[in-house]
Design a protein around this ligand. Structure first.
Ligand SMILES: [Zn+2]
Length: 341
């Protein structure tokens, strides 16, 4: 199984993170990726740097204004008198009016959902390299590989078409799915990160050619709060092609496997020709950020059940925060997944 990974991710070192009104260290650290790289490299996985440099795959799923803001916003921000070290919004549009301002302070609010996505000098390069990993993994599967893994950092599934959010800047899974669509008529995205993949849902909500299924902690009590309910089924052409399966916050193996079984049944009945797996490890019982109780054995059962779909599979790294088992968890999950998938 090829693993696409770029060292450029380390240029992105977000600091700002607000948790229940407290400023705390941002848990989306470079050490997360280092732990996974270390475990995979020692286990015979083939690590490959991405070669895909084009912006076209990103612009196929994102608003051009957002992409321009990510690319150039920090330079404008750094010229502000007394600017902080990172772009963090202090105001967002509300109500019915959404004027896009020229001011970088205003644009920071216009293009961000929350305060979890600080932007500094290396953020754009890292986000673009992560999207490149997802693109190359999709191209590998389009070239005949049974599966490929994109070790994306920063992650992507909270990034909507026009807004960053939840540590995510560019939607790597959406980039992969859109590329796969040029070869496969029907593509499914299965999101097993513990948080709802609100950005991916946003991007494909009105489409029937990409089916989106997400299992996640109930948004009544869990980020991203404003989406992820079973009532969100898609709209227009996409009606019936979006499936949310929340489980109670704090759930363990049984509840998560039950939701996954329902998601897999729905994927099977959609009959896709390729799968994108939005792979978060933050439902693990040792995750410092995820608040759920899935065991390592539970993750292996998830990998086995997903592999039994027998579909060409692009696995894209989403959440999963640093603890002593993160690297081995990723390694063992991918071993099981690639055995069949
Ligand atoms: Zn997550």
């Amino acid at each position: 199984m090829k693993v696409f990974h770029s060292d450029v991710h380390a240029l992105h070192q977000p600091r700002m993170f607000l948790k229940a009104g407290q400023l705390v260290p941002n848990p989306e650290t470079a050490a997360r990726a280092h732990a996974i790289v270390h475990a995979l490299g020692g286990a015979g996985f083939e690590l490959v740097a991405p070669t895909y440099q084009g912006l076209d795959a990103v612009l196929a799923v994102h608003d051009a204004g957002l992409v321009r803001f990510l690319e150039t916003g920090y330079q404008a921000w750094a010229r502000l008198p007394n600017a902080g070290a990172e772009i963090v919004a202090n105001t967002h549009p509300g109500g019915r009016f959404r004027h896009r301002p020229e001011s970088v302070i205003g644009q920071a609010g216009f293009y961000t959902q929350d305060a979890a996505c600080p932007i500094a000098a290396g953020t754009w390069q890292a986000a673009l390299a992560a999207a490149g990993c997802a693109a190359d993994a999709a191209l590998a599967v389009m070239g005949g590989a049974a599966s490929a893994y994109a070790l994306c950092r920063p992650p992507g599934h909270h990034a909507t078409r026009s807004q960053v959010g939840g540590f995510c800047y560019l939607n790597n899974a959406a980039v992969a799915a859109q590329l796969l669509r040029s070869q496969f008529e029907r593509v499914a995205i299965l999101d097993v990160d513990v948080h709802h993949g609100n950005g991916t849902q946003d991007i494909f909500y009105d489409r029937s050619d990409v089916f989106f299924a997400s299992i996640h902690g109930d948004p009544d009590g869990f980020y991203p709060f404003f989406s992820g309910t079973p009532a969100e089924c898609g709209e227009g052409e996409g009606l019936g092609f979006n499936l949310n399966l929340p489980f109670p916050v704090g759930s363990g193996d049984a509840e998560v496997m039950r939701a996954l079984a329902s998601a897999l049944a729905a994927v099977r009945s959609y009959a896709p020709q390729a799968l994108v797996l939005s792979l978060g490890f933050d439902a693990h019982e040792k995750d410092p950020h995820g608040a759920h109780r899935v065991s390592t054995a539970g993750f292996m059962a998830m990998a086995q059940a997903i592999s039994e779909l027998g579909l060409p599979c692009v696995a894209v790294q989403e959440g999963g925060y640093l603890h002593e088992e993160l690297g081995s968890l990723a390694r063992d999950f991918l071993r099981v997944l690639s055995g069949h998938c």
